[in-house]
Each structure stands twice: as C-alpha cells, then as structure tokens.
Design a protein around this ligand. Structure first.
Ligand SMILES: [Zn+2]
Length: 417
C-alpha cells in the first residue's frame, strides 16, 4: 500500500462504506475486509483488481467522495430510469439541476447526478481538505447554496464563508477559531447539509419550517476560521509550509493536539480589539511573552489575516447576532463587561433551554479580546461563545452525535430570534 496514513485509510473506508462496498468498522486498518472492498470497487468500475489503492483507484474514489457524478441524457431516458441506474432519488436530480422538466429531458445535455448518501462525514476527524470538498460538493447538489472565500490563512488556505438563506435578518456563525476545536467546523458543516437537504424537500426540522427560515434570514457561516491550526492538530506538520521549524519549537515537539493558535503562534480568539491591551498585561503576568500553542494575543489587534478577515466580514454585514463555536464545557457565554444589550440574556436563556447547556458568566480573563467580546463592544448586539461537548480537546469524534443533537435547534432559532 502506498503512503497512506491511518487517517487516509479511514477516509477510504468511509467512502467505500457509503458506496456500499464496505460494511465493517472505520478503524483505519488495512485488513482483509478493506482489501476485499477495494477489490469489489475495482471490479465494479473496471479498474485493475489489485486490492491496493493505486492512482486510478484513488482518483475514482476521490470523485465519488464528492457524492455526485455527471451523466449525459440519452434518447429514451426518463428521470426515473436515470435515478434507478445510479441508485439515487429523482428529487436529488431535480434539485441539483435547477428543476429540469422531467417530461422534457434535453437529450445530449450533461446533468449532475447526486448519489443517494449524505456527504459530510461524521465519523472521522474533519480536516480542511474534507471541508473544502464538502463545500464544493454541497454547492453542486444544492445550487441555491452560495459560498466564497473571505480571505486566506497564513499558509494560504481559503477562509470559506457559506451563505444559507436570502432574508433580511443577517446572522453570522463561525467555528474553529482554535485548531484543536475542529469538531465545531464539523458541527456547522453537518448542520448546513441537513438544512439544505430538508429545505430542498420543503420540510421542517424540530417543527421549524425551513422555507420560512430561508426567506427570513441570511446566515453567513465561516465553519473554519483557523484552517492551518486544524491541519496542524489533525495531520501534524507535514502539510504546513510556513514557520515549520518555529512551530516545533513553540510547541515543544511534534505532537500538536493541544494547539489552538494559528501558525504564527497567535491565539486568534485573543486577537480582537476588545480589551486587548488589558489582556496583554495579563498575558505578561502569566509569563507568555511570545508565540505559542495558545493564549498569545499577537503584536496588535487583528494582526492576523484570519481574525482580520472575520472582523471585516462582520463589519460588512449589518448583523443581528453572532455565534462563535468553541469546545468544550457545554456552556454559553453571553456577556462582555456590561456592554451587551438587555435582550442578550433572554436569548441566552432560550439557547440554554434548547441545548441543555449552561448559561454562564466568564471571569475577566476568559472574556477579553475574543470575537464575541469585540462584536458586543462595537455593535451592542447579542453575541455568544458556545462551548460544545465535554472533555479534553480535541474532543473525540464519538461525541459528535450528541453535540449535533444539542445544537441543531439552537442553530435554527439563532437565525430568527
Ligand atoms: Zn476555543
């Protein structure tokens, strides 16, 4: 087998599983079941049957992991027989192709065939590369989902923003300011996928009609504010191009699971212009004098491209409310000094009720120079830091289902409350 890490094998097992070739555990180990699944896959797609992930097999797997294929309509095709051929649903084809007329299929025209499975994986660590694929694939499956990049990370990764909805009530959600909190990116991406799927079938979630929400609100979501930090935590230094020697020094070694900062060693959630100078004092008292895995606030507020891009996005939208997702603690923070509006606590109580999390007050040192602190200070509007899950970061993927369940309704009502 070529140079596959434990993690890549998990990804491969996951795709083979979705495609129906592999029904065993996603354990990242190459055993006989995985090899058999690869062989079955190769047979089905007329590839050399080796049981190994050669280049052609890898390319085919990658393509299918996007969850759609292209198909050129032939004479005599019906929507139903095309759906049958790809074992998918007719509604998926209609949505992906802007509701083509099923009774007048244009012969010779290439259409998108979404495969009949969800694409955001909830059983493997959520890397920047997977997210990037997922965003692209979701926009193909659900053409009404828009996305763009609001800037680049230090190492050149895109800072993606996804837009759900078209109403006048603007809200902003973000995740993974901190590298070892990548489960929050997965939370936001899974929520987007579920929303899009249910919305396109004119359905509702937990009693909320998604068409109403879509028309009322515009939800701008930056699922991964710190993609370099996430990359460092999940895959280590191997895909990082900037500051590699320094990073190992700042981190005191090669094991990056405690890493929160960006790859300049700046804690992005201590890099906003709210009590930044006061925080700088504290930081010095704690003996933090420069870049490191966490808590260093940088040379100036918004010194980092990631926090600056996030602040710029916020400045460009007349925003009703923001949610900044972090892990862990099952807590919701809603204050900054006493600058938040009166409604903040009321909304916070609603959030606490639907999530089961505690509405909590931060100590001074917890609440300085963060994104929600800055938002509350500059706009006097409701802003929240939500700490999902419980345990040691990075939280294990096994917590994901509970985290999703706790936050699904909160994410819905935050856009309409
Ligand atoms: Zn955090």
């Amino acid at each position: 087998m070529n140079n596959f890490t434990d993690y890549n094998i998990k990804q491969i097992q996951n795709i083979l599983n979705k495609l129906g070739f592999y029904n065993y555990s996603i354990d990242g180990k190459i055993g006989k079941y995985t090899i058999n699944a690869i062989k079955k896959f190769q047979k089905k797609f007329n590839l050399k049957i080796s049981g190994e992930i050669d280049d052609k097999t890898k390319i085919k797997l990658d393509k299918l992991s996007h969850g759609y294929v292209y198909y050129t309509i032939k004479k005599g095709d019906t929507l139903y027989n095309i759906a049958e051929k790809f074992k998918t649903k007719t509604w998926r084809i209609l949505i992906a192709n802007n509701n083509i007329n099923p009774f007048l299929l244009p012969v010779g025209v290439q259409i998108i065939i979404p495969l009949d499975f969800s694409i955001v994986p909830t059983n493997i660590p959520y890397t920047y590369d997977i997210m990037k694929n997922n965003i692209y694939a979701l926009s193909k499956r659900y053409p009404f989902m828009k996305y763009e990049s609001i800037g680049k990370s230090i190492d050149g990764r895109e800072l993606y923003k996804i837009i759900v909805g078209k109403g006048s009530n603007n809200v902003i959600y973000n995740g993974s300011h901190h590298g070892n909190e990548w489960i929050t990116s997965l939370l936001l991406m899974k929520w987007i996928e579920v929303f899009l799927e249910v919305y396109s079938r004119k359905g509702s979630i937990r009693g909320y009609n998604l068409e109403d929400i879509f028309n009322y609100a515009t939800i701008s979501i930056v699922p991964m504010v710190n993609p370099d930090g996430v990359e460092l935590v999940i895959n280590g230094i191997k895909n990082i191009k900037t500051n590699t020697d320094k990073l190992i020094k700042w981190n005191n070694g090669n094991e990056f699971s405690n890493w929160k900062a960006n790859i300049n060693g700046v804690d992005l959630n201590r890099n906003y212009n709210a009590g930044w100078k006061k925080y700088k004092q504290l930081e010095k008292e704690w003996g933090i004098n420069g870049p490191g895995p966490y808590l260093y606030s940088g040379s100036a507020p918004e010194s980092e491209s990631e926090s600056r891009s996030m602040a710029n996005l916020t400045r460009n939208i007349v925003t009703r409310l923001v949610l900044a997702y972090h892990s862990q603690g099952e807590e919701i923070f809603w204050q900054y000094g006493n600058l938040q509006p009166d409604i903040s606590i009321k909304i916070g109580k609603e959030f606490a009720e639907v999530s089961g999390y505690n509405l909590a007050s931060e100590s001074l040192q917890q609440s300085l120079a963060g994104y929600k602190d800055w938002f509350i200070q500059d706009y006097k509007k409701p802003g929240y830091t939500i700490e999902v899950g419980k345990g040691i970061n990075p939280l294990p993927i096994e917590q994901f289902n509970k985290i999703y369940d706790d936050n699904e309704e909160l994410l819905l009502i935050a856009s309409i409350i």
